[in-house]
Design a protein around this ligand. Structure first.
Ligand SMILES: C[S@@+](CC[C@H](N)C(=O)[O-])C[C@H]1O[C@@H](n2cnc3c(N)ncnc32)[C@H](O)[C@@H]1O
Length: 234
């Protein structure tokens, strides 16, 4: 089967937990049937030559958030950067409807959504088309036997390396020390990426243009340190 058309390539393990949680309200169901088709990105359609065509003509660059959860970071970035087109990707329905609700309420024209696994999208996007990628608190999969499900991996870096422009930034946050360690090892082994940190404040302190997320707040309440990494596509 064509890997772009398949939900995920056959060798890829599922990296997310549930797709559905609580029953969504009638208003949220309405957003899924009415607004979602207008803002959806469809990786089973023919790949676009120019990603800007997904958005209004005044978009200067495209950023991607993978696993946006409650969408607070995605929506903050979309409001703070109206000339940037944001693609948000989240298979969990409750997260998707939160983003749709914020797009609707804010009249946001610069957000597009995929309610599914990001990896087919990464195979579909044009090469060197994305200027920034956010992966904030990917599912930790803490049990040893589950760690192969972690999204941030050498395979993901290969997919990202193709779609990211030279000089593009990849932001990763995690509250799991072992995840941070394996992410740094994966980046160190990937010639297409470079870690920009000069000292501890570069990964201990979240920059001002990087708002906190719900998952980060939970980590703080539970006393876990967070790591904020910025890598550059060389
Ligand atoms: C722990 S949550 C963090 C959510 C949010 N980024 C935050 O910081 O609050 C991780 C999210 O990543 C999503 N996710 C996991 N694997 C994914 C994949 N392959 N493609 C897109 N999203 C994924 C999950 O559905 C989940 O909502």
């Amino acid at each position: 089967m064509d890997p772009v058309k398949s939900p995920v390539a056959q060798f890829e393990l599922r990296s997310f937990g549930r797709r559905r949680g609580r029953k969504i309200s009638a208003r949220q169901a309405g957003l899924l049937t009415e607004l979602m088709p207008r803002v959806a990105v469809d990786p089973s359609s023919p790949p676009p030559r120019d990603l800007g065509g997904l958005f209004a003509p005044d978009i200067s660059s495209v950023w991607l958030e993978i696993g946006f959860g409650g969408s607070e970071h995605l929506i903050w970035q979309a409001k703070a950067n109206p000339s940037v087109g944001l693609i948000g990707c989240e298979p969990f329905e409750e997260g998707l409807v939160k983003a749709l609700s914020a797009i609707d309420e804010g009249g946001l024209a610069n957000v597009r959504l995929l309610g599914d696994d990001v990896r087919p999208l990464l195979r579909w996007l044009p090469a060197a088309s994305v200027s920034r990628v956010f992966i904030l608190f990917p599912d930790p999969w803490p049990k040893k036997r589950h760690q192969k499900r972690r999204l941030f991996s050498p395979d993901l870096l290969r997919l990202l390396a193709r779609v990211m422009r030279s000089g593009a930034e990849l932001r990763l946050a995690t509250d799991i020390g072992d995840y941070a360690r394996t992410a740094l090892l994966a980046v160190a082994a990937a010639p297409e990426f470079r870690w920009t940190a000069d000292g501890p404040s570069d990964w201990r302190v979240r920059p001002a243009d990087w708002p906190g997320t719900r998952y980060e707040a939970k980590a703080g309440r539970e006393g876990r340190r967070c790591y904020f990494f910025r890598f550059v596509r060389t």
